[in-house]
Each structure stands twice: as structure tokens, then as C-alpha cells.
Design a protein around this ligand. Structure first.
Ligand code: PAF
Length: 307
């Protein structure tokens, strides 16, 4: 990885300056012992759960935790969670690069990294799952059966292990945010869930670890996702209130791109993710998922509907 003379690190087209030290824990007991000491000193924990192969979006979450007045110590987890991948999904191929991730964590101001093995998180005999119902019936929940059960289960475990005061998620995974907020409320986790806006490349593509799967032409084609959402947002600003017409408009924009294979385009209420017919004043979520080659990408736009 490139560094300049000051030791700053080049990530994509952005330079980051390194911090001092990051402690790495692979065992739950060691992570907990470290956190127990921090908590005994009255320190408040900010937590960024990730699946690694970190990018600008993760860095934004880490920085957000680092700069949060309610946080003294920043913990990042890196765990590619097998439970949230379907049998024909990319669990085995999911990009991994721990050395690069460690450098990025350092540059973002991480104090401790939790990197458990699968057997540490799911030992022989593991049999408990967390299932959030209702808000998981649509969007990615419909396309990826079992995905949010895997997400809720691992996040519940990570929350129990780290016991953070604040946890940080990107709104790019809008349905994930809704699922986690529901779980936190329903199961009384004493965690503040804090949400960061989607980080985008210059041409609008939402940053994602899966962008690495894109060939140059697919990379260009993938910009259609955000373009379709923005065009629909503009239609809403001009007065369009019919959800079916908006959905059709987004679908047509995406399918006009030959390299895109649409999974879904939906217009749903926010934050309860219910199908809607006519847009009412308040917030509405436009959400899309499509394949470009083997990369399944998602994106969304939260739009304020005026009265
Ligand atoms: O958003 C992610 O990277 C994952 O779904 C999460 C929250 C780390 C759980 O594995």
C-alpha cells in the first residue's frame, strides 16, 4: 500500500494519517478482559461491526465513533459472518485482507480490533438465533432468505461481547439499520444505534466491499443504481406521488442498462418498510438491488416528501 513521506496512507484516492497503536483480539475472553478494564475506568465504548475489506464507508463510521463526544474507546470487529450468506452466495469468495484492514483501522483512530474465527463465534453445538420479523419480509429479506436472521444473530452476539455504549452503521444498508434498531428495542440492548450517510464515489456509486468484483464496464454500468434513485427523487420533488409509477420508473432506468440484472426496486414507508400506494408527507425509502456480473449491489435514497 502506498505511503507518502509523512507516512500517510493512500486508500482509493484519499490519504489518511496513521494513529499510534491498535490492539488485536481473536478470543472473546481476551476482548472482554480488555473491555472490562476500560469500563472499570469509566470509559465509554464506541463499536463499529464490519465484515472487513474496509473502505471509505467503514472509515467514515470509525471516524464518527472516534470523534463522538459520547465515546472514549473505539472497537472495530472484523468477522465475515457465515450465517448471513445463503448457500449460493459469496461467503467463500468474500474479499478479505486483514493486514490492509489493520492499517485502515489505525488510520481511522481505532483502539482495539476484534477478529474472531468462525469456531470462536459459533462453536460446536451453537443453536441459538435471533429473528426479527415483519421488517425482514421485503427488500433484501425477501431476496436473501435467512440473511437478516444471520445479521441479527451475529450483531446480538457482538453486542453482548463488546457491550458498547454506541454502535455505528451506514444507512446504505437501510434495512439492516431498521432490523438492528428493532432488535435493540425489542431485546433491551443498552446501545445507542448511530447511523452515518452513504459514502459514494465521485460518480455516485455507493462504496461497498463487493465493488471489487466489478470489471471496468460493470463498474461504469453500476452507476445506474444511484442515477435511477436520484431521478426518482427528482420526480418526487416535482410532485409525483404514485409509488407504482416511481417503482416502474426506477425499474425501467435500471433495466435499460444492458449489464444490470435487476433484483428489486421498491418504494416503501420509512422506518417501518411497508409497501405504499401513494406517497404521504414524511420520509419514504427508495431501495434497489441489482447484479452486475457476479456483484449483487444495493443502494437506497431516503426522500423527504413535502405536504
Ligand atoms: O454490514 C455488515 O458489514 C454486516 O452485516 C455486519 C453488521 C457487520 C454483521 O455481520
Amino acid at each position: 500500500m502506498a505511503t507518502d513521506r509523512t507516512g500517510a496512507l493512500l486508500v482509493g484516492s484519499i490519504w489518511y494519517t496513521e494513529g499510534e497503536n491498535v490492539e488485536l483480539f481473536e478470543k472473546i475472553a481476551d476482548m472482554q478482559a480488555y473491555l472490562a478494564e476500560a469500563k472499570a475506568r469509566g470509559e465509554r465504548i464506541g463499536f463499529v461491526p464490519t465484515m472487513g475489506f474496509l473502505h471509505k464507508g467503514h472509515l467514515a463510521l470509525i471516524r464518527c465513533a472516534r470523534e463522538d463526544d459520547e465515546v472514549d474507546r473505539v472497537v472495530v470487529s472484523i468477522f465475515v459472518n457465515p450465517l448471513q450468506f445463503g448457500p449460493r452466495e459469496d461467503y467463500r469468495d468474500y474479499p478479505r485482507d486483514l493486514e490492509r484492514d489493520k492499517e485502515l483501522c489505525l488510520s481511522g483512530g481505532t483502539d482495539a480490533l476484534f477478529v474472531p474465527a468462525v469456531e470462536e463465534m459459533y462453536p460446536e453445538g451453537f443453536a441459538t438465533h435471533v429473528e426479527v420479523t415483519g421488517v425482514t419480509d421485503i427488500l433484501c429479506g425477501r431476496s436473501r432468505p435467512g440473511h437478516f436472521r444471520g445479521v441479527a444473530t451475529v450483531v446480538a452476539k457482538l453486542f453482548n461481547i463488546v457491550q458498547p455504549d454506541s454502535a455505528y452503521f451506514g444507512i446504505k444498508d437501510a434495512q439492516q439499520v431498521v432490523v438492528i434498531r428493532r432488535m435493540v428495542a425489542d431485546l433491551n440492548f443498552p446501545v445507542k444505534v448511530k447511523v452515518h450517510p452513504t459514502v459514494r464515489e465521485e460518480d455516485g456509486l455507493a462504496v461497498s466491499s463487493r465493488n471489487v468484483y466489478l470489471g471496468p464496464e460493470e463498474r461504469q454500468a453500476a452507476t445506474v443504481l444511484y442515477r435511477s434513485l436520484k431521478l426518482a427523487g427528482e420526480a418526487i420533488a416535482r410532485g409525483e406521488r404514485d409509488a407504482a409509477r416511481l417503482k416502474q420508473f426506477i425499474e425501467e432506468t435500471i433495466t435499460a442498462e444492458p449489464l444490470a440484472r435487476l433484483d428489486y426496486a421498491e418504494v416503501v414507508s420509512w422506518p417501518d418498510l411497508k409497501p405504499i400506494e401513494s406517497l404521504q408527507p414524511g420520509e419514504v425509502l427508495l431501495a434497489v438491488a441489482a447484479y452486475f456480473g457476479r456483484a449483487r449491489l444495493i443502494d437506497n435514497l431516503l426522500v423527504e416528501v413535502k405536504a
